[in-house]
Structure formats: structure tokens, C-alpha cells
Design a protein around this ligand. Structure first.
Ligand code: URA
Length: 424
């Protein structure tokens, strides 16, 4: 007979859990028979002692089986999903999903909300008046057939074990564990039923994985899990030491995505959008296409307008703006040499772009705008950052977060490449 106490003890003492033990504990936890405190202890034991590739595979399979799997067979086009491990200013899903759809590939993006310093795609899209993130399976399939791209909330019956476990990990300091992150992400992605998955694994101060070797191990683990479930899975390791683009915050990021869809926008956002689009098209069996051309000639923008309108959004409505802004200026002249992604993410969150508890509402207009990015020249007294919020009493805390976290030097620095490595 399996008991929760035995399962916890095995892992606490550095042992390996059997397939039966893993199936039992995930099933029991989903049904409420394994208590939160028992799962917390087990998650901490896994956090501290790790898990073998076989245990991670079994854990992932059990979490997939905890709920339903989407059936996308009726879509009639190859379905490719993208997932980012989360970063600051990471708005890539917004231009990417409609861009890939231009080429006849369906992109089901079941996304989340922001928690902590990383923003959530659903919060960003909800700053568009009328946009509805709640679709059921039939709605998702219909929109993929008609438009080719959908960005919506994961339906409650996909990997419910992960939903419970993720909330528990968030409150027990057990998030940053490779076995737990890999199984969490891949159980949801595999349950979404896509033919292929392209992972954007972030590395650097604004990411869960701060160093390259750990990020690579996470990417390898996820690519292996996808392959074991017959899903073509690839990963790009990408830089998250400085924020992506020039904005962090919901409506601010939508505005920047619109610039990219109109053929402009910051070069790092464009570069990463195009790199991920190429990888997704290749995974869909359509190699050698030129996604950059579809950004330049308006096809991606047309596709975006169709996607937003299909989900009730008013594509022509002005985006919300914050009631107060304040600029932070340079005390010395020179070149911006550093801009810490984590600090910018926390500042945006403190200004009201993010939440401290599940279920809280966010300010659509709040966030941080980077007026001078790394490598750019700045004169004494010129603004470097602009803070946006509806609640000016939050500005001091945001400024405090950013103090000493960006710097100006005498010599220009070149920002390194965005894509650091590729796997799969
Ligand atoms: N994103 C997830 O979905 N799960 C994790 O564990 C971490 C990031």
C-alpha cells in the first residue's frame, strides 16, 4: 500500500520514486486526498534532491493524465505552440502568433497571467477594450480554423494537477527546480494537443534560470519530455539579462507589439519574433519561409486584426494610458551600459502592472518605458526611464527598486546576441 508519508520519506532520503508512487501521489493530490502540506513537503524534497529523467517523465505523464487533452485534429492545419519560461518585457506571443498564422500554420496559445515580476500575456491582451480570453475547446478549434491564431486562458480541465501544484509552489519557495518547472510546463503544453512545441528558455537576471548551464539543462529536459510524448519539441535559449524591447507593462507592451506588427519596433523584439517564427514554421514542415517580410508588408498586422476581432477586441480603440508619469534622468552623460531586467520587472509590478495575489486586478496603463536602452548615448539630465502608474504613491517604491540597477559609462557597449543557443 502506498502512503503519502512513505512517498515523502523516499524522496527526502534521496531515493527514487516508482511509477506507481508518482501516479498515486499526483492522482491523490488532484482529488484532494493528498493534503497541501504533504505535497509541499514532497515538492521541497524534489527541489532539494532533484529527480531522475525517469521520475520526471512519469511525473509529467501523471500530470497530463490528471485532466483532459485538447483535440485539435479538426483544425485541418499543422498546430504549433510556443512557450516562454517568462521574462521582463516578453511580449513576443503578441506579434508571433498572428505572424505564424499568416503562413497557414495554426497557433494555439493558451497563456497565463502575470505573477511576481514577469508579466502575463492575458493581462496584456485584456488592455485591449472588449478582448475576451475565455474560450472553450469548440471556440478554440473554430478560431484556429478561421483565423489560425488564438491567445486565450487555459481551460480549467487541462493538467489540473499542475494548476494546484503551481499555486502551492509559488507560496512554498519551490518554483526554481528543473524537474518541477519542466514537468509543469510540458504537462500543460502536451495536454494542449499541438503537433510541435517551440520553447523560448530565458537566461539571465530577469529569468527563473539565471545562468546558462541551468537554463540549458532545463531546455534539454523539456525537449526530451516532448520527444517522449511524440511531440516535435525544440528550444531556443535567449538572453534575459536586460529587458526585451523598451517596455514592461500591459498596454505599453501591446503598443510596442503593434509597432513590430507595423514593420518597426525595437530590433531585439523583431529579431526574437522572427527567430521563433522560423523555428515554428520549420517544425510545421514549412522551412525556408521569410517571416520578416510578413511583418514588413502588413500581412502580420492583418492577421493580428482578425485575431483580436475574433475574440471581441476593438482593434481601433485607443489603448489605456496611466494617469501619472514620471521620468528618471541621467546624472552623468555617456552610454547606457547596463539595465537590470529583474529590477525593471519588479518596478513595473510595483507601479501596478502586476499582482501580489492571484485574482487581484492589474492596471492596464502601468509600467516602465525605457527611453535609453543599453548601448545608447545619453546626456546629463536626459530622461532614461519613464514610469507610468494610476497610483502615484507607488512611484517612490519603483524608483527605489531601480536605484543602482542601471548605469552609464564612458564607453559604448554592444548588446550581445538574443539567441544564445538552440536545441532539438
Ligand atoms: N511556468 C510554468 O508554467 N511552470 C513553472 O513551473 C515555471 C514557469
Amino acid at each position: 500500500m502506498i502512503t503519502a508519508v512513505d512517498v515523502i520519506r523516499t524522496k527526502r532520503d534521496g531515493g527514487e520514486l516508482s511509477t506507481d508512487q508518482i501516479d498515486w501521489v499526483i492522482d491523490g493530490y488532484t482529488r484532494g486526498e493528498v493534503a497541501d502540506e504533504q505535497m509541499s513537503a514532497l515538492a521541497m524534497a524534489i527541489f532539494l534532491n532533484g529527480a531522475s529523467p525517469r521520475e520526471i517523465a512519469d511525473w509529467t505523464a501523471a500530470m497530463i493524465r490528471s485532466g483532459l487533452t485538447l483535440d485539435l485534429s479538426g483544425v485541418g492545419r499543422p498546430c504549433v505552440d510556443k512557450h516562454s519560461t517568462g521574462g521582463v518585457g516578453d511580449k513576443i506571443t503578441l506579434p508571433l502568433a498572428p505572424l505564424v498564422a499568416v503562413f497557414g500554420v495554426a497557433v494555439p496559445q493558451l497563456s497565463g497571467r502575470g505573477l511576481g515580476h514577469t508579466g502575463g500575456t492575458l493581462d496584456k491582451l485584456e488592455s485591449i477594450p472588449g478582448f475576451d480570453v475565455n474560450l472553450d475547446e469548440a471556440g478554440i478549434v473554430a478560431q484556429l480554423k478561421e483565423v489560425g491564431a488564438v491567445v486565450c486562458a487555459a481551460t480549467g480541465d487541462l493538467a489540473p494537477a499542475d494548476r494546484k501544484l503551481y499555486a502551492l509552489r509559488d507560496t512554498t519557495s519551490t518554483v526554481e527546480s528543473i524537474p518541477l518547472i519542466a514537468s509543469s510546463i510540458m504537462s500543460k503544453k502536451i495536454a494542449e494537443g499541438a503537433d510541435a512545441i517551440v520553447l523560448d528558455v530565458k537566461v539571465g537576471s530577469g529569468a527563473f534560470m539565471k545562468d546558462f548551464d541551468r537554463a540549458k539543462e532545463l531546455a534539454e529536459t523539456m525537449v526530451r519530455l516532448g520527444g517522449a510524448h511524440g511531440v516535435d519539441t525544440r528550444a531556443l535559449l535567449t538572453d534575459m539579462s536586460v529587458p526585451l524591447g523598451r517596455t514592461a507593462g500591459n498596454a505599453l507592451e501591446v503598443r510596442e507589439s503593434l509597432e513590430v506588427l507595423a514593420g518597426g519596433g525595437p530590433s531585439d523584439v523583431v529579431e526574437l519574433t522572427v527567430a521563433l517564427a522560423r523555428e515554428m514554421l520549420d517544425a510545421a514542415g514549412r522551412p525556408g519561409l521569410d517571416p520578416a517580410a510578413a511583418l514588413a508588408d502588413g500581412r502580420a498586422m492583418d492577421s493580428w486584426r482578425k485575431m483580436i476581432a475574433a475574440q471581441g477586441g476593438d482593434v481601433d480603440a485607443p489603448l489605456p494610458t496611466a494617469r501619472h508619469t514620471e521620468e528618471i534622468t541621467a546624472e552623468t552623460g555617456g552610454f547606457v551600459v547596463d539595465m537590470d531586467a529583474y529590477a525593471v520587472g519588479v518596478a513595473a509590478w510595483r507601479l501596478g502592472a502586476g499582482r501580489t495575489r492571484q485574482g487581484q486586478s492589474v492596471q492596464a496603463g502601468a509600467g516602465v518605458e525605457i527611453l535609453k536602452a543599453v548601448g545608447e548615448r545619453v546626456e546629463v539630465g536626459e530622461p532614461v526611464l519613464r514610469l507610468h502608474t494610476d497610483t502615484p504613491e507607488r512611484i517612490e517604491a519603483a524608483k527605489e527598486t531601480l536605484r543602482g540597477r542601471w548605469s552609464v559609462g564612458a564607453e559604448p557597449v554592444e548588446r550581445g546576441p538574443i539567441v544564445l543557443d538552440r536545441l532539438g
